[in-house]
Design a protein around this ligand. Sequence first.
Ligand SMILES: Nc1ncnc2c1ncn2[C@@H]1O[C@H](COP(=O)(O)OP(=O)(O)O)[C@@H](O)[C@H]1O
Ligand SMILES: [Mg+2]
Length: 155
Amino acid sequence: MYFAAAPGVDREFEFISKDQKQTAELAAEFAAFLQPGDVVALQGDLGSGKTVTARAIARALGYEGNVTSPTFTLLNIYPAEKMPVYHFDFYRIATSHEAVDIGTLDYFEGEGVCLVEWPERVADILPAGSYFFSLDIPDYHTDPDKRTIVISRSS
Ligand SMILES: Nc1ncnc2c1ncn2[C@@H]1O[C@H](COP(=O)(O)OP(=O)(O)O)[C@@H](O)[C@H]1O
Ligand SMILES: [Mg+2]
């Protein structure tokens, strides 16, 4: 176990991941706290591990199928056992209007959990109380598998 209390509810949580497996394990533990209607902003550069995290969360919620970035479709829906998972990737949009046009606000208030890659693109419509799962590559050249991960929750 990497953390025992609900992340971000009482404190911000920081973690150093040494490889993809550790990131996935952390994400799976985090997933156990998720409730219907929760929004998780997956923040980080290209290749930082947003999709790795989304996949681990979907798996932990009981979805066994493919999880890939919906770069062109903007949204993948996974019928996970515990609750539906709405996986967004807003890399290609210019403004949050395009996200609103595909019904994103309804998903944000829906009965599933929303995982949002490139949340910066939709910062103005992210609900209060969204979780932030932020991944950084601190030593790109000397330790390319290392990630600094911060889990927090907006007020
Ligand atoms: N500690 C780590 N955590 C997550 N991914 C890692 C880590 N170390 C290496 N990787 C690699 O980084 C890549 C992350 O890819 P991906 O999750 O698709 O990134 P993103 O969705 O942020 O663009 C994968 O190839 C993964 O194997
Ligand atoms: Mg991705």
